[in-house]
Design a protein around this ligand. Structure first.
Ligand SMILES: Nc1nc2c(ncn2[C@@H]2O[C@H](COP(=O)(O)OP(=O)(O)OP(=O)(O)O)[C@@H](O)[C@H]2O)c(=O)[nH]1
Ligand SMILES: [Mg+2]
Length: 183
């Protein structure tokens, strides 16, 4: 009887969404990516301070994406959003070479935090690939020091033009595979 009850419960209860935290320096295109992930091809984000969350169903996975605003004043509060994170989406503005080191420092700090121990996957969007002289995927990978900083986790760098929805869904494909176990 117990077995029947639990199998019925299992059939009706949806799996818990996997928490995906989105972080970046400010103005890099993170909210634009957040909207494209939801299938909204036209939304233009407005600057906000705080956190927006949305459940995104993608293939076999439901993600609860957290878009954490990156105004310098609120970056110190990022860590309050860390607990229960299963994957980190980190967005880099590849047209802004000057701030790659600052981005690397923020990524390093976030991944080293105790409350990020459960974060198994790191997806980096190398965004604004439509801009002249932008950083390549290889430059972003080495500039962030990813093999070292994300050691022990699955990670990838996805080339992206969020405003044209290019590369966003490829990133979600990787995230889904990495959290389900194929990647
Ligand atoms: N050229 C170009 N511009 C982009 C791209 N993606 C986003 N942008 C622009 O970058 C600006 C910032 O985009 P947001 O999505 O608001 O950036 P954000 O990272 O959420 O900014 P914060 O909320 O301040 O953290 C906007 O003007 C976007 O239109 C892209 O792929 N290429
Ligand atoms: Mg934003």
């Amino acid at each position: 009887m117990g077995a029947v009850t639990s199998s019925i419960r299992g059939a009706f209860s949806a799996p818990k969404p996997k928490k995906v935290l989105m972080l970046s320096l400010d103005n890099v295109g993170k909210s634009t990516i957040f909207y494209r992930m939801q299938g909204n091809e036209t939304a233009v984000p407005f600057p906000h301070i705080g956190i927006e969350t949305e459940d995104i169903r993608h293939k076999r996975c439901t993600f609860r994406a957290w878009d954490v605003s990156s105004q310098a004043v609120s970056r110190r509060m990022w860590s309050s959003a860390f607990p229960d994170t299963e994957a980190l989406v980190f967005v880099v503005d590849t047209s802004d070479r000057e701030r790659l080191e600052e981005a690397a420092e923020e990524l390093r700090t976030a991944l080293a935090h105790d409350d990020m121990r459960g974060c198994r996957s790191v997806l980096v969007y190398a965004n604004k690939q439509d801009c002249d002289g932008c950083l390549s995927v290889a430059e972003v990978t080495s500039g962030l020091g990813l093999p070292r900083v994300a050691a022990g986790r699955k990670w990838t760098v996805q080339s992206c033009i969020a405003t044209r929805s290019i590369g966003v869904m490829d990133g979600l494909d990787w995230l889904e595979a990495s959290l389900i176990g194929d990647a």
